[in-house]
Write a new protein. Sequence first.
Length: 243
Amino acid sequence: MKAQKWALFFVTLALFTGGALLLARFKTHPRLGQPGVKAAPIPGRMAMKLFLPAKALDYTSTNVPEPKVVLGYLPHDSSYVERMYVSPDDPAPVQATIVMMGADRTSIHNANYCLAGLGLDPYEKSVVNVPIAGPAPYSLPVSRWNVRGTFQQPDGSRIEAHGVYVFWFVAAGDETPSHFEMLKRLALHQLRTGIKERWAYVSYYSPCLAHREDAAFDRMEKLIAASVPQFQLPPAATAVAQR
C-alpha cells in the first residue's frame, strides 16, 4: 500500500513538472500564427509592417508616425500603424489604428485603459455588425462606444468633448469585438495547438458634437466598410492560411 502511494506521488509530480515545462516552452518559444491583417516582414526586426489604405471613399489620409510614447510603451515585437482620415464633407477627422502582437500578448490592451489614458470615459457601449462587401461578403462584429471627457483649456475654462470609438480584434480566421473573448481564445488555441495566435487590435475614433454620436457612427461605419477589405484578410482566406 505504501509503495502504491509513493508511485501515485511520483506520477502526480511528473505530470505537474511536465505541464510546467510545457507551459514554459510555449511562453519562451511560441509558434506564432498567421496575422489576420496584411503584414510584411521588416528586415532585422521582429515587428512587421502593417497597412491602412491611403484612400477610401472620398476620404484622403495622412500617415501618422508611431508616437514616441507608443515606441516606449509597447513590447519590441509589436507592430503598429496609424492614419488620419478626412472627408471633404465633414471637418471631423477619423483616426484609424492597428496594433498587432508578436510573442508578447501585452501589446493588446483593454480599450478601457487606452481611453482612460486619453482622458475619455465610455458612457454607452454596444456591439454592432458592420457589413463588409467583397467576393465573400460577411458581417464584422465591432464594439461601438460613445465616449466623453472634460478638458481644461489654456484660458482655464473647461469643455466637454464627445466622440465615437469603434474597435475589434482579429487573428487568422478569427475575430471578436471583446477583449476578454480574445484573451480566452488566445489561451485555448495555444493550449490546444501550441500556436500563439497573432491578434491585432483595430480601432477607429472620431470626435463629434454632443448628441451627434449616431451621425458620427453612420459616417464611420461607411469608412470601415470601405477600408477593411483593403487591409483585413477575409475570414475564409485567413482560415485557409492557418491550416
